[in-house]
Ligand binder design. Structure first.
Ligand code: PNS
Length: 177
């Protein structure tokens, strides 16, 4: 379990797995909540060697999350392949955290949480997303950025810059031509 040597409230380590392609403000809110509630968090960028066809490469995602959380203490960012429960064990985590935006998220997360507990005995904790960010998803951020839409209010500044470098100077694809 976490460090209890200080005599104060024990610090627990949460493991926050995801694709984070890209990391957005809803993700950042979950990280901030996890630190506030539990003390420390490891963000795990999960990827699949066989089919990593993401927008940003895994190392770039890790760097963007590190930059996006540099104002926070007790945040680690790591990349992992394989199962989330294996990555959580490597990180020395006490439990997994996930953000919940909606009932649809709950249905997916509940099944994963029960499966993860069944195979590895690790518990999951759901954190409700800040309501003003409840509509934000990496998938739609990617889609809007790709066609030149403005997502600067939905992602950390470094992510907005990286998206601008990738898709700036107009859209990569003009759907009207
Ligand atoms: O950001 P995402 O895409 O919603 O994250 C999904 C993720 C990476 C957390 C999930 O797909 C996952 O845990 N993948 C690792 C493989 C694994 O553990 N599978 C068993 C799930 S019960």
């Amino acid at each position: 379990m976490g460090d209890q040597s200080s005599g104060e409230r024990p610090t627990l380590r949460a493991f926050y797995p995801g694709s984070f392609d890209p990391f957005h403000l809803g993700h950042l809110d979950v990280v901030e909540q996890a630190i506030e509630l539990f003390g420390s968090v490891t963000v795990g960028v999960l990827y699949n060697f066989a089919k990593d066809s993401g927008m940003f490469g895994v190392d770039e995602r890790v760097e963007l999350i590190r930059s996006s959380t540099s104002h926070l203490q007790r945040v680690e960012v790591e990349k992992h392949t394989g199962l989330a429960v294996q990555a959580a064990q490597v990180a020395g985590a006490d439990f997994i955290v996930k953000g919940l935006r909606s009932a649809a998220d709950f249905d997916i997360e509940q099944q994963m949480a029960q499966m993860n507990h069944s195979v590895a005995g690790i518990r999951s904790v759901y954190l409700p997303t800040e309501p003003s960010l409840g509509f934000v998803s990496s998938r739609f951020v990617r889609e809007i950025a790709k066609y030149g839409g403005d997502v600067a209010h939905l992602v950390p500044e470094v992510v907005a810059d990286a998206l601008g470098a990738r898709f700036g100077a107009g859209a990569e694809t003009d759907p009207l031509t």
